[in-house]
Design a protein around this ligand. Structure first.
Ligand SMILES: COc1cccc(Nc2ncc(-c3ccc(C(=O)NCC(=O)Nc4ccccc4)cc3)c(OCC3CCNCC3)n2)c1
Length: 279
């Protein structure tokens, strides 16, 4: 069977994660008694994604960094691919943030430096991660972070275009150009995701999030628009917030743009956000 060879070297235990085409089992290396994580992929289920797995395995062989999960062994049988990987006893950063509500600035700084270090290394090697989120950052036995790329999630059932669906879990970390389905620079999208990650570390919740995916997209696209300034402009011009938002988002550098920018700088200086009508 397919498990014959892996069972020569490892004792398989419970499943610690599933992600569409891949499942991850906790295992123990027989010779050293060390715990490992074994990612098991079914070649048939992978279908035309199989080449992506080969690319990932080659990438893993090329990535050796203190904050990236180590690949130890690859076993390929007729039906399966097994990746023997470093096991992180601390679990996901996601669960850790939830358990602590939010992290202190000290702890967030240490973790964020490790994430930046891992991503700088990955970019330096010419790769982009493209699915940065706390579920893909694990905590090792020294309480340091290890980056993983669990991203082999199932292709969207709805047949939606990949970009629109950003099928891998929540789009909350996706950069505006990525959710617009534009051609994007992977490394630049990663930088955006790191910004969202830093926010999540420090606040314990996400900057752009909603139960409705399309509302999340809207929030990401509006990210930098200041709500108070929009309110003031909509009252002043006696127009709906939506129409003011449209006008501002066109960035025409007309009088509307100027008024918006000047309101924003008034607010930034702690002054009351109002226009020359009785406040
Ligand atoms: C509940 O979770 C718990 C609870 C308690 C302990 C653990 N420990 C624990 N350790 C290790 C793993 C693991 C390591 C590597 C890979 C991998 O896919 N490497 C490939 C890889 O990293 N490519 C790559 C990296 C960088 C750049 C490019 C490519 C996959 C899994 C794990 O998984 C569980 C999943 C569950 C779903 N979310 C994601 C993690 N879990 C996990």
């Amino acid at each position: 069977g397919d498990y014959e060879e892996i069972l020569k070297y490892y004792e398989l235990h419970e499943t610690i994660g599933t992600g569409g085409f891949a499942k991850v089992k906790l295992a123990r290396h027989l010779l050293t008694a060390e715990k490992v994580a074994i990612k098991i992929m079914d070649k048939a289920a992978l279908g035309d994604d199989l080449p992506r797995v080969k690319i990932e395995i080659d990438a893993m062989k090329n990535l050796s960094h203190q904050h990236i999960c180590r690949l130890y062994q690859v076993i390929e049988t007729s039906k399966k691919i097994f990746m023997v990987l470093e096991y992180c006893p601390g679990g996901e950063l996601f669960d850790y943030i939830i358990s602590k509500d939010r992290l202190s600035e000290e702890e967030a700084r240490v973790f964020f430096r490790q994430i930046v270090s891992a991503i700088a290394y990955v970019h330096g090697k010419g790769y982009a991660h493209r699915d940065l989120k706390p579920e893909n950052l694990l905590i090792d036995k020294e309480h340091n972070l290890k980056l993983i790329d669990f991203g082999l999630c199932a292709k969207p059932k709805g047949g939606l275009d990949y970009h629109l669906n950003t099928c891998c879990g929540s789009p909350a970390y996706a950069a505006p150009e990525l959710i617009q389905g534009k051609a994007y620079i992977g490394s630049e999208a990663d930088i955006w995701s790191m910004g969202v990650l830093l926010y999540a570390l420090l606040c314990g919740f996400l900057p752009f999030d909603d139960a409705n995916v399309m509302v999340t997209y809207k929030k990401i696209m509006l990210g930098h628009i200041d709500e108070d300034c929009v309110t003031e402009l909509s009252v002043f011009h006696k127009q709906s917030r939506e129409s003011i938002l449209e006008l501002i988002s066109e960035w025409k550098y007309d009088h509307m743009s100027a008024t918006y920018f000047l309101l924003q700088s008034k607010k930034a200086r702690g002054k009351h956000v109002c226009l020359r009508v009785p406040c």
